[in-house]
Design a protein around this ligand. Structure first.
Ligand SMILES: [Fe+2]
Ligand SMILES: [Fe+2]
Length: 297
């Protein structure tokens, strides 16, 4: 069986369109983000993101997994601009998007339930997270940890209802013998980000995963490459984080990177090729590759 080829990218933090912030926005949490953006805006560059998406297109993946933080202030204008960018990446059925904390910064004026991005969140018929997309031997299980938070916090939360649905979905997909890939913005593994940026109900998620299993978990948010594992049903579940897709690498985080993930379900193997921005050439090149074992079931 040919391996299923999945491209994982995250945290593009697209440049806000001109006038993205109205004066009324500046009394909210968006003000704090606007201040932070003065520094971060230089770190996230469209030319880097363009080079990264071209590199992914040359690879020709079966599917793209995008784990959130497309926007910076979650304004209507940014959601529309992000929708236009998503359209440049191919059919919506071939890209699954899990929203990030920056995409849910404030409840007020935020697009209802990520409506402009609906085609990338789930297949038609799904109405609540997690969305489930069956593609060949793989099932993409799309969680949403994005939730408005208090100022200075970047925490995430799944909530009891989503966790309950996840339990049912994982059982169902296991019965179908599908390779379950979970997408979530916040890392479910402890110690990858500070408490201020953490997933509040990570302990409940980890307990659920131990009982129900999963074959692979992909996350963003940390803007760092991270490889960890969580206890699963038949063995350890690999958990992979990828740096920002648009980072120049001048700050505290590494330059942009994406992961080519080749899944051979019948061999219980995952091959990961990390491709990163070369600061010298501005092009993407292989940084290394490794094999992960996954105990399906
Ligand atoms: Fe981010
Ligand atoms: Fe984030």
């Amino acid at each position: 069986m040919q391996p299923f080829r999945l491209a994982h990218l995250s945290d593009p933090h697209l440049q806000p369109p001109a006038g993205a912030l109205a004066p009324a926005d500046l009394v909210s949490k968006r003000l704090l983000s606007a201040i932070a953006w003065r520094r971060k805006g230089r770190e996230h560059q469209p030319r880097v993101l363009d080079a990264l998406t071209s590199d992914i297109a040359a690879y020709g993946p079966d599917h793209l997994a995008l784990t959130g933080d497309l926007t910076n202030f979650s304004t209507e204008g940014e959601f529309a601009a992000a929708q236009a960018w998503l359209r440049t990446l191919g059919p919506a059925a071939d890209l699954t998007l899990s929203p990030g904390n920056h995409d849910a910064l404030v409840a007020k004026n935020a697009p209802d339930s990520f409506a402009p991005w609906r085609d990338w969140l789930e297949d038609p018929g799904d109405t609540a997270f997690p969305g489930v997309r069956r593609r060949g031997p793989v099932a993409l299980v799309n969680l949403c940890s994005a939730t408005p938070t208090a100022p200075w916090l970047a925490t995430g939360r799944l909530g009891d209802a989503q966790l309950a649905r996840l339990a049912t979905v994982l059982d169902q997909l296991r019965q179908e013998d599908l390779f379950r890939v979970l997408l979530i913005h916040h890392p479910p593994t402890g110690g990858i980000v500070s408490k201020r940026k953490s997933l509040e109900d990570a302990p409940a998620l980890r307990a659920l995963l131990q009982a129900k299993g999963a074959e692979l978990i992909l996350h963003g948010h940390a803007h760092e490459a991270a490889v960890s594992t969580l206890p699963g049903l038949g063995g350890a579940i690999p958990v992979l984080g990828v740096p920002s897709a648009s980072a120049v690498g001048h700050g505290k985080h590494p330059p942009a990177r994406w992961h080519a993930i080749e899944i051979a379900p019948d061999q219980h193997k995952i091959r990961v090729v990390a491709r990163g921005l070369s600061p010298e050439t501005g092009a993407f090149e292989p940084l290394g590759n490794y094999l992960l074992d996954t105990a399906q079931g």
